[in-house]
Design a protein around this ligand. Structure first.
Ligand SMILES: Cc1ncc(COP(=O)(O)O)c(C=O)c1O
Length: 327
């Protein structure tokens, strides 16, 4: 049973190697950026896209275009949302959720009460459970609220419910490690609003990506649907096999197990399921997962070749044994 921490795919690494040999050639560098942005437009179905040097940079550019209060889920978001809003001096309001999942009536009430200018969400609450993004978008659009979807975990959704420009005013994502598009660094922002990017020229220049990342992105985008589908399938399998999990009925790219003693339970899991090159066990409560004691199996962190059925069965068996020991 061998588990490997995710690294950029072979095709992405080869493209990045070649791009690094071409560094200094302005024409080739510009082509890499242009090609990456064309691929992003196809991927998101948004009319405008820019590659930047990280996911947080993309969030900063989105927030820099926003004046009024920012509405954030009370859990299951991304800590960067709050930090960047604080940095830019934007007022923050929190939206009560069902363990991170947004309820549309509650959202509507909160929009009326708090009059936010924008709502920032991740496609999967805490990477754990799919948000009803299309319905959230329709409500936000009707009420004049800008929906920003952080699609770091959902690029290439085969159902086209997530990371889809038809259901988000702005999409942002990290392509850092270990995301669905995993290039070690980088990120992007896309939208149909040309003013948003025109207004951000200075930030876009300051936060520009390396041409090496742009070259890798073109290759990685092609592989994203397969990576996401296999990660979703693996989580689905584990949610059925493991005794006590949260969000069994939802699509997600990690598996969350409620626990009274998350820290010792996580230590035991790390010992029994070692991962070459990184880790895959995290603990809660945590804003960017769930606000209750739990342990998460971060299946999204693993190489696709580690997600064989025999390996998944082994993870379930070990986890079930540890759950019993910690009852
Ligand atoms: C959902 C989400 N958004 C954004 C980021 C920030 O990405 P970066 O490290 O590329 O700035 C992360 C990082 O883990 C993340 O998990």
């Amino acid at each position: 049973m061998d588990f490997f921490f995710k690294k950029p795919t072979k095709n992405a690494r080869e493209a990045m190697c070649q791009a690094s040999l071409d560094l200094g050639n302005r024409e080739i560098e510009t082509n890499h950026k242009r090609n990456a942005e064309e691929s992003l437009k196809d991927l998101t179905c948004h009319e405008h896209a820019r590659v930047v040097n990280s996911g947080n940079s993309a969030i900063m550019i989105a927030m820099n275009n926003i004046k009024g209060p920012v509405l954030l889920p009370d859990q299951g978001g991304w800590t960067g949302f709050k930090k960047i809003a604080d940095f830019l001096g934007l007022k923050i309001s929190y939206l009560p959720t069902n363990h991170g999942i947004i309820n549309l009536e509650v959202l509507d009430d909160n929009i009326k009460l708090k009059t936010p200018h924008s709502l920032f969400i991740t496609s999967f609450a805490g990477y754990m459970a799919e948000q009803p993004v299309k319905e959230i978008f329709e409500l936000c659009d009707e009420r004049g609220v800008i929906l920003v979807e952080d699609a770091s975990g959902s690029i290439g959704d085969p159902q086209r419910s997530l990371a889809c420009g038809d259901h988000a005013h702005i999409i942002v994502a990290s392509t850092g490690s270990p995301k669905i598009i995993n290039l070690g660094s980088g990120g992007f922002i896309s939208t149909n609003d040309p003013n948003m990017l025109d207004n951000s020229n200075f930030l876009l220049k300051t936060l520009r990506p390396s041409p090496v990342i742009c070259a890798g992105l073109v290759e990685a985008i092609k592989e994203a649907p397969d990576t996401l589908s296999k990660t979703l399938q693996a989580c689905n399998f584990l949610k059925k096999e493991i005794k006590t999990v949260l969000f069994e009925e939802y699509r997600g790219i990690n598996v969350t197990i409620p626990s009274k003693n998350p820290k010792p339970m996580a230590r035991e899991l790390r010992k029994k399921i070692p991962v070459n090159g990184g880790g895959m066990i995290s603990t809660c409560p945590r804003y960017d997962r769930i606000k209750q004691p739990a342990v998460c199996l971060e299946i999204k962190n693993l190489e696709i070749k580690s997600l064989k059925n025999e390996n998944l069965r082994k993870i379930a068996e070990i986890t079930n044994k540890i759950i019993s020991d910690f009852m």
